[in-house]
Write a protein that binds this ligand. Structure first.
Ligand SMILES: [Zn+2]
Length: 424
């Protein structure tokens, strides 16, 4: 029952700790973190030359169950998660039917437990059927185990419905996770409005389609002192809005995804549908704003927006292709390679954004290596370069723009509650 992770470089943002140390795990719980722990009853896991961090907490995944199991299911999604070093996921509710009732919330959580690889948590819908008109039974959904409310995939277009949702979620002390988008401004666009869209002859989506909606949601939450988590921010002006709101003391948190700091809309060249997502990839100015936002804490967390699709949903004309890419098996390496290795942020900051802060946003006790915490741990290698191979992914979705990319930060082992759930 005892294990020691020996000689790793331990990164624990909760204690601002980044040093070589051993970790003693007993009955699935972290019992000690210190130099040179010896215990003859314990099994030794050698982590020499490797980074040992709290398992990643991904607040934005689409596991597609129920209804779209041909794209992904909770089992295949869980396998992808542990391969990426992720030990806790928060599922989005745009399934078929949408997760808008207690039975479905319980179904997702129980299926996650049965699969037994990651801690599967779920959001529940803000509005019934995600139709944007009638609020769900939010108290009941919280009771059933939902961790947050979201209509992700769709915005809540009515300001009044969003205001009411924020009122209820405040009473329940739950965050609203907003997919902030002004559909009138999207106007059937399929990629970021700009030079590449013009060259390709595709209708562009203005940045204001996101930024204006983010500003609205912030103002609504701030007026009520409710908690708002802004999903997948991608524009400079969205980030400015979050920064200003935080400075005023509003209870706002925000996330971005690896594709918003590693890619621009140029990736859509050649009508590459694996670069089509919502919000769309932006330009260099926005990429820089995303990185700055992460570095100064304006953006709290990095989530994947893991959105697996069947090949038939992507192998069509660009305008008709489904939005989204898979992300669970590349997020840590993209974060490490593009944010830490480039010198923009420290390893502590990266793990804070990918584990500790997202756990705190949903009130989870995970995301730390503190004594007494569940032993959810990722052990990864930052020395050896590896090549991303979509064909080797565990997710059913092969829709990734990173196939063939060379990255650092390969996951060697993922531990959940003291149990090794992945070994690479
Ligand atoms: Zn979304």
């Amino acid at each position: 029952m005892k294990q020691i992770i020996k000689n790793g470089f331990v990164v624990n943002p909760a204690k601002n700790f980044a040093e070589k140390a051993d970790i003693l795990i007993n009955y699935g719980v972290i019992e000690r973190v210190a130099e040179n722990i010896d215990d003859y009853d314990a099994k030794v896991i050698d982590a020499s030359g490797l980074i040992v961090a709290p398992g990643l907490v991904d607040l934005h995944v689409h596991f597609r169950e129920p209804g779209y199991e041909h794209k992904e299911d909770i089992t295949s999604g869980s396998r992808a998660a542990v391969k990426g070093g992720v030990t806790t996921v928060l599922c989005m509710p745009n399934t078929n039917p949408p997760i808008d009732n207690a039975a479905l919330v319980e179904y997702v959580i129980n299926k996650g437990k049965k699969t037994g690889l990651v801690n599967v948590l779920t959001t529940a819908c803000i509005t019934k059927g995600q139709e944007g008109t009638e609020l769900t039974e939010m108290a009941e959904l919280k009771e059933a185990g939902a961790s947050a409310f979201s209509d992700d995939g769709k915005p809540v277009s009515s300001s009044m419905i969003m205001r009411r949702a924020l009122e209820y979620s405040k009473m329940l002390d739950m965050p609203i996770m907003s997919h902030s988008e002004d559909l009138a401004l999207v106007d059937n666009g399929s990629m970021n409005d700009g030079y590449t869209a013009t060259c390709l002859g595709l209708r562009g989506i203005p940045k204001s389609a996101e930024s204006a909606a983010v500003s609205r949601d912030i103002l609504l939450a701030e007026e009520l002192n409710a908690r708002l988590h802004v999903c997948h921010v991608s524009t400079k002006n969205s980030i400015e809005a979050v920064r200003a709101a935080k400075a005023r003391g509003a209870r706002i948190t925000a996330e971005t995804a690896p594709h918003y700091f590693t890619l621009t809309d140029k990736a859509c060249d050649g009508f590459n549908t694996n670069a089509k997502m919502n919000p769309p990839l932006r330009d260099d100015e926005d990429v820089e704003a995303v990185i700055r936002g992460l570095c100064d804490g304006t953006i709290d967390s990095i989530a994947t927006d893991h959105a697996p699709h069947h090949v038939d949903d992507k192998r069509v004309e660009f305008e008709k292709a489904a939005n989204g890419i898979v992300g669970l098996e590349t997020s840590l390496a993209l974060g490490y390679t593009y944010l830490v290795k480039t010198g923009r942020m420290s390893l502590l900051q990266l793990i804070d954004c990918m584990s500790t802060k997202p756990a705190a946003i949903i009130g989870s006790d995970r995301g730390t290596l503190n004594v007494g915490a569940p032993a959810d741990i990722v052990i990864f290698d930052t020395d050896e370069e590896f090549t991303v191979r979509v064909s080797e992914f565990e997710t059913k979705g092969k829709n990734s723009p990173y196939d063939g990319w060379k990255l650092f930060g390969k996951v060697r082992r993922t531990i959940n509650g003291g149990r090794t759930v992945y070994k690479g």
